[in-house]
Design a protein around this ligand. Structure first.
Ligand code: ADP
Ligand code: MG
Length: 315
């Protein structure tokens, strides 16, 4: 088990990681989400042992990790870290880039390289020099590279940022299935929440260096505690309660995803349509309810300035 206990850190006197703690089990996939600058990369670097912390500790199987000030080579052996700006050797082949991390004494070296290239769908490029690959292809090689010497913990920073959607879905499925089968704990910093929702065991949400949620994807999606959290998953409507109930004086709001607002009969709340956006399997309708702009899903386009009645479906 990996445990981060009360970690705080600042590059300067200003703390950018504020008292973060969490636990993760072998084979888990933990997604770290948060807006840019919230501290995701810093947290991964602390866990890996690249940044020294004065406050808090990281434990692996109850053993406290020493951190960079007490190790000759920074970075723990049982972990691998893929930074946001991954580096590969441009003038050597894909196969050599990955093979560099596997001992030449290893009888299974060739088999292992083939297996990893299959996971990232790069088998046909094994003899290609890295400099001749696209950005997304390089990123896939970089992912294979950090898995070469099978780690117990894998830390990935925005691992799919250069990979187009067409490839991304298959890569995510193949990669996370592979990591589960090998019982590798994987911690991924991402602001793309599709992979977090579909594959993560837990999602950690960071805001301004603070951990503000640590939950399983469904629980987090269904019951987001703030618009910040919900906005990672979808366009979010924050509707003041007094727009719905004129007698309400609580000044509170309700959070609704676009799929929780529907057209209703004349009993509903009256709104005016501003625009319809085609989204493939539905239209996202922008409308105004009194003073609040909101978005809802509808099977067809609606006319601009059309008056509609809406109902809210809170699960
Ligand atoms: P994220 O990965 O979520 O985008 P980072 O961990 O990179 O966030 O950054 C967290 C905060 O730390 C930001 O305010 C950023 O400006 C600051 N920061 C990151 N790296 C450094 C550094 N090397 N020196 C000083 N400040 C840094
Ligand atoms: Mg980052």
């Amino acid at each position: 088990m990996l445990k981060a206990a009360n970690i705080s850190f600042g590059y300067t006197s200003k703390e950018v990681i504020k008292n973060i703690g969490f636990k993760a089990n072998k084979g888990d996939y933990i997604a770290i989400i948060g807006e840019s600058g919230s501290g995701k990369s810093t947290l991964l670097e602390i866990i890996y042992g690249l940044l020294h912390i004065d406050k808090g500790s990281v434990f692996w199987n109850d053993e406290k990790l020493l951190g960079p000030n007490f190790r000759l080579i920074s970075g723990e052996d049982f972990m691998k870290y893929l930074p946001q700006d991954f580096d590969l050797m441009p003038y050597t082949t894909v196969e050599e880039n990955i093979g560099k991390y596997i001992s030449s004494q290893d009888k299974n070296k060739d088999k292992r390289i083939k297996e990893l290239l299959k996971v990232v769908d790069m088998a046909e490029f094994s003899q290609t020099k890295v400099k001749n690959l696209s950005g997304g292809q390089k990123q896939r090689v970089a992912i294979a590279k950090v898995m070469a010497k099978e780690p117990e913990v894998l830390l990935l920073d925005e691992p799919f940022s250069h990979i187009d959607n067409f490839r991304k879905n298959k890569l995510r499925r193949d990669l996370f299935r592979y990591l589960k089968s090998k019982n590798i704990l994987c911690i991924v910093a991402t602001h793309d929440t599709t992979d977090a929702l579909s594959f993560a065991d837990k999602i950690l949400v960071i805001r301004n260096g603070k951990l503000i949620a640590n939950k399983a994807p469904e629980a987090l999606y269904t019951n987001p505690k703030s618009a910040y959290i919900a906005s990672f998953f979808d366009e979010i409507n924050k509707i003041p309660l007094n727009e719905i109930d004129p007698n309400d004086i609580s000044k509170k709001s309700v959070l609704l995803y676009p799929n929780q607002i529907k057209l209703a009969g004349k009993e509903g709340f009256k709104a005016t349509v501003i625009a319809s956006y085609f989204k493939g399997s539905y239209y996202l309708i922008e409308a105004v309810l009194n003073k609040t702009t909101l978005f809802f899903e509808h099977p067809s386009t609606l006319e601009n300035n059309q008056k509609v009645f809406l109902e809210f479906i809170k699960k």
